[in-house]
Design a protein around this ligand. Structure first.
Ligand code: FES
Ligand code: FES
Length: 152
């Protein structure tokens, strides 16, 4: 089956011959390695992307079901030399240690701020509740998001 994806603003056609998840297509077919592969069960949030603007775990979406949909990965949010303000805030607030979870938190954080530019602390925690980090203790991550809230 030919699947047409609009990935980070670019239309891409992918021939999918076996049942692949969107995560597998992004990483293995398109080389977008910012979207991380960990639990593959919707438990960790490391594979978070935006699908037509909704925050989803790409490991739980079959690529065929994303036909004709818009996909935003962390590569579509910021790049080397042109970081998104939330990515800069993560660096400034010590929200990154090993970095494995960071792309998922960035996607979830950007989604939150798009939906709710002035979230409370409780709303930030709720919005990030689907993302796991084994390193930071979450304080730096919450402070990074809060810094953009306070800046608005
Ligand atoms: S890899 Fe998708 S939620 Fe963990
Ligand atoms: S920074 Fe290592 S898992 Fe979050």
């Amino acid at each position: 089956m030919n699947v047409r994806l609009i990935v980070n603003g670019r239309t891409i056609n992918v021939e999918v011959t076996t049942p692949l998840s969107l995560l597998q297509v992004l990483r293995e077919e398109l080389g977008l390695l910012g979207t991380k592969d960990a639990c593959e069960q919707g438990e960790c949030g490391s594979c978070s992307i935006l699908l037509n603007g909704d925050l989803v775990c790409s490991c739980l979406v079959m690529a065929a079901d994303a036909d004709d949909l818009e996909v935003t990965t962390v590569e579509g949010i910021g790049t080397d030399g042109n970081l998104h303000p939330l990515q800069r805030a993560f660096v400034e607030h010590g929200a990154v240690q090993c970095g494995f979870c960071t792309p998922g938190f960035i996607v979830a954080g950007v989604h939150l701020l798009d939906q709710n530019p002035v979230p409370t602390s409780g709303e930030i925690r709720e919005a990030l509740s689907g993302n796991l980090c084994r390193c930071t203790g979450y304080g730096g991550i919450e402070r990074a998001i809060q810094s953009l809230v306070e800046g608005t």
